[in-house]
Write a protein that binds this ligand. Structure first.
Ligand SMILES: [Zn+2]
Length: 133
């Protein structure tokens, strides 16, 4: 019974933490403990699936290796931050996220998956290994 309540609490608290990390109006969410995802438009669904992949990979977005890959893709040109692939970090809303809280790497992870429309081969090579299911 104790374990059930514990599991229930984890299942209820984690989604709140993830929802709390969203900057924009939430149109979807992913509940890790029960692997449940809800979304109301395609791009948001892809974002939430990104959270699922991250979770299924034991939170790979929080690893130093992933953070280093993101940093390796950054380049500072005249005060604006660009990805080497040509997209601005603003496009991915990553700049704000990284600037505010490095613990929000799970959002960066999901935003990237959303940005590339769930297409892992479309991503920069350095990122692909983090998304292969
Ligand atoms: Zn998210």
């Amino acid at each position: 019974m104790k374990y059930f309540i514990c599991g229930l609490l984890v299942g209820l608290i984690l989604p709140v933490l993830i929802l709390g990390a969203h900057k924009t109006q939430v149109k979807g969410f992913f509940i890790p403990y029960v692997n449940l995802c809800w979304c109301d438009e395609r791009s948001v669904c892809i974002h939430e699936i990104g959270h699922y992949i991250d979770y299924s990979k034991q939170g790979i977005s929080g690893t130093l290796k992933f953070i280093e890959a993101i940093v390796a893709l950054r380049d500072d040109i005249n005060g604006r931050v660009y990805f080497h692939i040509g997209y601005t970090i603003d496009d991915l809303r990553i700049w704000q996220i990284i600037g505010e809280n490095e613990n929000n790497m799970k959002e960066v992870y999901a935003e990237i998956y959303q940005y590339f429309d769930g297409c892992v081969p479309c991503m920069p090579k350095i990122l692909q290994e983090f998304y292969i299911k």
